[in-house]
Write a protein that binds this ligand. Structure first.
Ligand code: F6P
Length: 532
């Protein structure tokens, strides 16, 4: 990490050792402009990072470090379609999916028209389904959408559909089938009718075993009612980069929505993977979502490095991990509608930057992605916040809030936000109730950093901007850590082992030699399954 920027790295290291003794609250006293320096407002979001453990000198060095490590060049390279995913020899152009600037000279014309064509196809399809022009294979209106997919082919649309459920929507109900435990579908199928359910197989690769297995049980359920597999298949649509596989599966060509290899799974909610969002809220709302992300893209690409929200968030993460020693960070939304956000960010950040070999093909000798974790506030206060306040671990926090209370529950919102703001304050200043005997047990040392990201309203635009903010933060960090954030080779080995273990579970003759513990797990399961 340091070779391009040894000077800044060394300065930051020595500043960090001095900083362990400084109190954040004192930094407010010594710098009257601190709130302004560490706050940025853009795209409907406000970042208040003033409660982080740093001062102007550190921040100036962090931004210099970012420049020396090539962050500005890397941003431009990504927007221009450079090969930012070298192990797969690909660009990562999720930003092109939400760009309204068709004249961007760097993006190939055919790519722009491909994106527009798919958007038009989504628009027509949504219009047809919502207006009843497109009907089910037995001629009735579609009432429900069943989205079958995992990871990037599930978490984004699920997050948005759940977060914005109060937004004006179409008559369509959207359900997500992502877990392999058959009980999941068992629960869902009671809410669905085969004649009026549109099934979406969402899989970029069209090879993901969990998705295909779930598609198979859904197909069986549809067949038993529709009695004709052709009718069943015409109620299936596919969102995939492999049209050939979807066709071989029997999905009619017109029902296939294309994505491209230059869209990473965890960056794909802006592509046809967002179809459930458009079906649930209408195409115009989906465009709003894209527009919110584009606002963040424009800011990321053009704002000065020290006033750039994703760069600030990314570099604060680097400071906390690589200089102050944090191993994890928590995301705590005080906003029930953002319940799915921690899971979404886990995939985004840990699948992107949870790596130990740098882009130059050599193992790195510094920490890369911390563990991202979190849950809703105030629930978190009654489960893990004890550790945040008094544990031996140093865990920075991102709090996320929306400032507009639901009309009928203003007082609840007052209590909710009071709790969030109080948590951030308590983490920073600490305290003790003064009882001498119990003093050490009660003492909260404080000086634990946190940021608050707030939005006036949580809507399509601000949610688009929020997701884009974290995407870009992840990219900034990947540049500092010299990691390719757009591949995920680490997930493959488990998939290979699962294939051979499945053979052993069904036929018992895989070529693999297992270790004794694995053998025993297979034996115990088979024994119980075969005798029950
Ligand atoms: O977990 C690995 C992964 O490949 C993710 O990167 C991806 O989002 C998910 O599986 C689903 O993949 P697909 O869309 O190809 O089914």
């Amino acid at each position: 990490m340091k070779e391009n920027a040894t000077e800044q790295f060394d300065i930051l290291s020595s500043l960090a050792s001095g900083f362990k003794k400084k109190r954040i609250i004192d930094l407010f006293k010594s710098d009257p402009n601190r709130m302004d320096t560490f706050s940025i407002e853009t795209a409907g979001l406000h970042l208040d990072a003033s409660k982080q453990l740093l001062d102007n000198t550190v921040y100036a060095q962090l931004t210099k470090f970012a420049v020396k490590m090539g962050v500005p060049k890397a941003i431009e390279n990504m927007f221009r379609g450079g090969i930012v995913n070298p192990t797969e020899n690909r660009a990562a152009l999720h930003v092109a999916l939400r760009s309204s600037k068709s004249a961007d000279p760097w993006i190939p014309k055919d790519l722009v028209s491909d994106v527009q064509n798919v958007l038009s196809k989504i628009e027509n399809f949504v219009d047809g389904i919502v207006n009843g022009r497109l009907r089910s294979s037995v001629g009735v209106s579609i009432t429900d959408i069943l989205m079958i997919g995992v990871g990037g082919s599930n978490l984004g649309p699920k997050l948005v559909c759940k977060a914005l459920r109060e937004t004006k929507s179409t008559h369509l109900r959207v359900k997500f089938l992502d877990h392999l435990d058959g009980r999941e579908f068992d629960k869902l199928k009671n809410l669905l009718k085969p004649e009026s359910t549109l099934c979406v197989i969402a899989s970029k690769s069209f090879t993901t075993s969990e998705t295909l297995q779930n598609a198979a049980i859904v197909e069986k359920w549809m067949n038993s009612s529709l009695k004709d597999n052709k009718l069943t298949k015409s109620q299936f649509i596919a969102i995939t980069a492999d049209e050939g596989k979807a066709l071989s599966y029997g999905i009619p060509k017109g029902n296939i929505f294309r994505i491209w290899d230059w869209v990473g799974g965890r960056y794909s909610v802006w592509s046809a993977m967002g179809l459930p969002i458009a079906l649930k809220f209408g195409f115009a709302a989906f465009k709003e979502f894209l527009a919110g992300a584009e606002l963040m893209d424009d800011h990321f690409r053009s704002a000065p490095i020290d006033r750039n929200m994703p760069i600030m968030l990314g570099m604060l993460g680097v400071w906390n991990v690589n200089f102050l020693g944090a191993h994890s960070y928590a995301v705590i939304p005080y906003e029930e509608r953002l319940r799915e956000l921690p899971s979404y960010l886990q995939q985004l950040e840990m699948e992107s930057n949870g790596k130990r070999v740098g882009s130059n093909n050599t193992p790195i000798d510094y920490d890369s992605a911390p563990v991202t974790w979190g849950a809703l506030g105030t629930d978190a206060q009654h489960s893990f916040c004890q550790l945040l306040h008094q544990g031996t671990r140093f865990v920075p926090v991102d709090f996320i809030i929306s400032l507009t209370p639901p009309k009928e529950y203003v007082t609840n919102h007052d209590v909710l936000l009071a709790n969030c703001i109080a948590q951030a304050k308590a983490l920073m200043i600490g305290g003790n109730s003064g009882d001498t005997n119990l003093y050490p047990y009660k003492e909260i040392i404080g000086n634990r950093p946190s940021s608050i990201i707030s939005m006036e309203v949580l809507d399509m635009r601000t949610l688009g901007a929020l997701i884009a903010l974290y995407e870009h933060k992840t990219y900034v960090q990947s540049v500092i850590w010299k990691i390719n954030p757009f591949d995920q080779w680490g997930v493959n080995l488990g998939k290979e082992f699962a294939t051979s273990i499945l053979t052993d579970l069904s036929e018992g003759n895989s070529a693999d030699q297992h270790d004794p513990s694995t053998e025993e797990q297979i034996r115990r399961y088979k024994n119980l399954r075969n005798n029950s």
